[in-house]
Ligand binder design. Structure first.
Ligand code: NDP
Length: 476
């Protein structure tokens, strides 16, 4: 597949390529151009040329284009989901959820386009002030490989509705569905050059976006180290930033919780997308009184998970997305076992049985007796590995929940209102779920505290991060 610049399919200027492979089979499914900083320059020129016309459109007309694109995505959802599974690995059912989630996001922003007024401030005898929301100009979006479709929606929806143009860089292992979604937006009426998609390595294409003086904002989702690098580079031109970085979400299950519901919550919260979700359940704290029975039930459910090629029927968990990703998980679990930092209750190794012998599979893993200061309880573990720790009370659970440098999400499972309120008040996280984990509908703001990031995506709040206010002072 080619990248999209100025409404056209283009190869990179120096004609180099990146192979895209299916992580379940190791087979190459396509290739995309390995873009350069010159390609980013071409995309910025196209975005600049489209900027004035796009900004002048009525917000309602911009919203209509998003709405038509959402309709078209729903129409094509099966093909899009298949493509996503082939490049990313997740089960088809999860890809369908993600593609529909993307359509929901576009519809959400299309729907609020009529309710984005400016403000009139009356200043008595001094006059009046009109405050309007202006687009920032050209925005850069850098997309990760774990949920490339949903996260594209979180960036493209508010940025385009607010009147910005955009240059988007997909992750190198999952560029194909992003490109198809760009084509669908254009076929739905998006003028050429409003959204440009440049594929290529992060260090080249990503950094060129961040360094480019005409790009006014970068929205990035990915790991903390990359986020830090982007923040440093972006200071030269004082760019605005939204950084959605890692997390190590705690899930706390109290003794009054509905155990079976909480077991399902932990199972889905950790093993959805093979554990490669920023707000996955990454540390599980269970009250002493129910820890043994809870852990036993969870272990049984984990062992029932059907692992395999996401395109096959009935699969619960696919492969990890890349060789590097599986190596990271494998080494971390080995180090945990060898260093005496945990006991593997189930899993703890690669899955090399046929037909999974050529793919990047890792067995879903449950770890007990974890050392509080160990890596599993302090680093972001981006794969199907769940450490469980019994806790005597809520105070201990909250203290442990707040132990890491992250603060993305957290959940508490309880039937006591007071426990839920304390968790909400005292856990450092951008979102605290009660009796639920993972769900992020388009209406709610999403983002992290501490080292989990800067800014919020999703919801009406995200529009502010793609706009600047401008004031007209009228001295009548
Ligand atoms: P990265 O942060 O490296 O990748 C995310 C995106 O950033 C990709 O598009 C990547 O491009 C791009 N990128 C990489 N380096 C740069 C750079 N110097 N400047 C600008 N853009 C860059 O994540 P990884 O793929 O390395 O994943 C590693 C870890 O990150 C995971 O194990 C997980 O812990 C965390 N992660 C967290 C996510 C979250 O949602 N919280 C999402 C993804 C990862 P390219 O693909 O070409 O390298």
């Amino acid at each position: 597949m080619l990248m999209r610049i100025g409404g056209a399919d283009v190869a990179s200027l120096d004609d180099t390529w990146i192979a895209v492979t299916n992580p379940a089979t190791g087979e190459q499914i396509d290739r995309v151009p390995s873009g350069s900083s010159d390609d980013v320059g071409r995309a910025v020129d196209a975005a600049e040329a489209a900027s004035a016309g796009w900004k002048k459109k009525m917000i309602r007309d911009r919203g209509n284009i998003l709405f038509h694109a959402a309709e078209e995505v729903r129409e094509q959802h099966k093909d899009l989901a298949r493509l996503l599974t082939m490049e990313q690995g997740k089960p088809l059912r999860e890809s369908i959820d993600e593609v529909r989630g993307y359509a929901n996001i576009l519809e959400f922003y299309a729907g609020i386009s009529a309710s984005r007024p400016g403000d009139l401030i009356r200043l008595g005898t001094s006059g009046d002030a009109l405050v309007s929301h202006e687009p920032l100009g050209i925005c850069g979006a850098i997309i990760p490989w774990n949920m490339p479709v949903l996260i594209m929606g979180w960036k493209v929806g508010p940025a385009l509705l607010a009147g910005n143009t955009m240059v988007l860089k997909p992750a190198s292992t999952t560029p194909l569905t992003n490109i198809r979604l760009g084509q669908i937006l254009e076929a739905s009426g998006l003028p050429a050059g409003v959204l440009n998609i440049v594929t290529g390595p992060g260090e080249v294409v990503g950094e060129s976006l961040v360094r480019h003086p005409q790009i006014r904002k970068i929205s990035f989702t990915g790991n903390c180290a990359t986020g830090r690098r982007i923040r440093e580079l972006s200071t030269t031109h004082l760019k605005q930033l939204t950084l959605e970085l890692g997390g190590s979400d705690p899930m706390i299950v109290m003794d009054d919780a509905d155990i079976d519901k909480a077991v399902v919550g932990a199972l889905r919260g950790r093993f959805y997308n093979a554990g490669q979700t920023c707000t996955a359940v990454k540390r599980l704290f269970v009250h002493d009184a129910i820890a043994a029975v809870f852990t036993q039930k969870l272990k049984r459910r984990i062992e029932e998970l059907k692992i395999g090629n996401g395109l096959d029927a009935g699969i619960d968990m696919g492969p990890l997305n890349s060789f590097a990703q599986r190596e990271r998980i494998s080494q971390l679990v080995d180090a945990t076992r060898d260093g005496g930092e945990g006991t593997i209750l189930t899993g703890g190794c690669r899955l090399d049985d046929a037909p999974c012998d050529r793919g990047l599979f890792y067995r879903p893993t449950l770890v007990a007796d974890v050392a509080p200061a160990g890596r599993l309880m302090n680093e972001e573990v981006f794969g199907p590995v769940l450490p469980v720790m019994p806790v005597p009370d809520l105070d201990t659970a909250i203290r442990e929940a707040n132990r890491t440098r992250y603060g993305l999400g957290a959940s508490v499972w309880t039937t006591r209102l007071h426990t839920a309120k304390r968790a909400f008040d005292e856990i450092n996280a951008g979102i605290v779920w009660v009796n639920r984990h993972l769900t992020v509908p388009p209406e709610i703001p999403f983002g992290g505290m501490n080292e989990s990031g800067i800014g919020r995506e999703n919801g009406i709040h995200a529009l502010d991060s793609y706009s600047r206010t401008k004031t007209l002072f009228l001295n009548w």
